[in-house]
Design a binder for this molecule. Structure first.
Ligand code: MTE
Ligand code: CO
Length: 424
């Protein structure tokens, strides 16, 4: 599915900081109330209580209500060169809490999503090890020390189109290359201990079983620290698109390293300098030099509601919400402004705050119908504060599409319509 709203990507203008924006207060005033008169819909008979509903086993695998059919991953036509080497985006503005439902996790693959028979899938560990090993899926599921962890995965190219100015009109498109999932699997350290990494084993190469045969090198310190191999997501098997039957989990580091359809792990004494870590996932600076090995995803946040795909419908009480994440430690606080940065308010973080996992934040606002310029700013446990886009551009230039964690601005107009803008 493509989205015609984004047909004119360069249409979005820079928004000059307007004086005297006073769109709302952040403390809630009157709570939403209903008319004293009973509404027709509550006193009338409805078709759904006049006949029996669907019986059990009508849907052996449950699906969302038909009224939710707009809640889907979407792609952008001008970003889709071919279906097999492409990306679609998580509908962040339709989600809440911290867990991304399996069917809505964005997909990024370089050679299509293969359907792999788990009975024929193998994981090989070899290279600088005492004992090369091959595991079946059954072997892995019998392996002691199984763990469950929630981690965000963000593609390094998330928000990549925004380096050159506000372009895509919706957080699904500007920030939707992120998901947060409970993984079930085994620490990679446990498997490597069985194989016995030789003392000169300093790097790990991970390879996928898909047609792209995607490979990445990962330093052994990270591998032994918190990497895991996972066959489960959110309590069930991985989805085909997410790497069924096995994927690598590299917490806090760029999504490209999380090799899907994982088939081979090789230990070596240096990085392999594969395509995905040289010509790709290397950030060309303005002076012609490039930053490489930019693995960690810096702290970032986004207001998901209101946003261009989720405009405000009514004055008065409204719930502003969004999410924040960091590749270093955990999120400490999120500040929100509704007047383009003149005043900042600490948002309320609700739900578990786990390292390298998304957090959910809320600000209850009372909107008086005037324009608002909304931003959120995350701070993590290292003290790092999410920068503005202009601060990033000053250091990094605009050559690269990777690692844009700059602060996002939404302009809420008087009629509630919300647009992607930048403040300068
Ligand atoms: N692994 C394999 N084998 N093939 C791929 O094309 N794409 C990578 C990574 N792992 C890829 C892969 C990229 S660029 C990203 S951002 C993540 O997978 C996306 O994970 P997801 O599709 O589960 O969202
Ligand atoms: Co990616």
């Amino acid at each position: 599915m493509s989205d015609t709203d984004n047909a004119n990507p360069l249409d979005r203008r820079k928004f000059l900081k307007a004086a005297g924006l006073a769109g709302a207060g952040v403390a809630a005033g009157a709570l939403p109330a209903h008319a004293a008169e009973p509404e027709k819909v509550i006193v009338e008979k409805q078709e759904w209580n006049q006949a029996l509903g669907a019986g059990v086993q009508n849907a052996p695998y449950g699906k969302p209500s038909p009224f939710e059919k707009h809640v889907v991953r979407r792609d952008v036509e001008w970003l889709t060169a071919s279906r097999e080497s492409s990306v679609n985006f998580t509908p962040l503005h339709e989600l809440d809490g911290i867990i991304t439902p399996n069917g809505l996790c964005f997909e990024r693959h370089h050679g299509g999503a293969p359907v792999i028979d788990p009975a024929k899938h193998r994981l090989m560990i070899h290279g600088l090890v005492d004992k090369p090993l091959v595991f079946t899926m059954n072997d892995l599921k019998r392996f002691p020390g199984r763990i469950n962890r929630a981690y965000f995965l963000e593609c390094a190219a998330n928000s990549g189109m925004e380096w050159r100015g506000a372009q895509l009109n919706g957080c699904q498109y500007t920030h939707g290359m992120v998901h947060n999932v409970w993984y079930t699997g085994i620490p990679l350290k446990a498997l490597l201990e069985q194989a016995g990494v030789k003392t000169n084993g300093k790097w790990l190469l991970a390879e996928g079983a898909d047609a792209s045969g995607m490979t990445r090198s990962i330093p052994i310190e990270k591998v032994l620290d918190d990497c895991m191999i996972a066959w489960g997501m959110n309590g069930e098997a991985l989805r085909t698109e997410q790497g069924y039957p096995l994927r690598l989990v590299v917490p806090g580091w760029e999504g490209n390293m999380w090799v899907k359809w994982l088939r081979r792990l090789e230990i070596g004494d240096q990085a392999w300098e594969q395509r995905e870590e040289t010509s790709k996932y290397t950030d060309l600076l303005a002076n012609g030099k490039a930053r490489r090995y930019t693995w960690v995803m810096d702290a970032k946040s986004i207001v998901t509601n209101p946003s261009p795909q989720a405009p405000l419908k009514q004055k008065g009480p409204n719930v502003l919400t969004g999410m924040a994440w960091t590749g270093r430690g955990s999120i400490k606080r999120v500040d929100v402004t509704i007047d383009g940065g003149k005043n900042w308010h600490a948002a309320r973080i609700d739900g578990p705050v786990m390292p390298l996992s998304l957090v959910r934040f809320y600000v209850d606002i009372d909107w008086n119908g005037e324009e608002m310029l909304i931003q959120s700013r995350a701070m993590d446990s290292t003290g790092y504060v999410q920068p503005t886009k202009d601060e990033l551009r000053k250091i990094r230039g605009v050559n690269s599409i990777y690692h844009n964690n700059g602060i996002q601005t939404w302009l809420v107009k008087k009629n509630g319509v919300t647009e992607n803008v930048e403040i300068s």
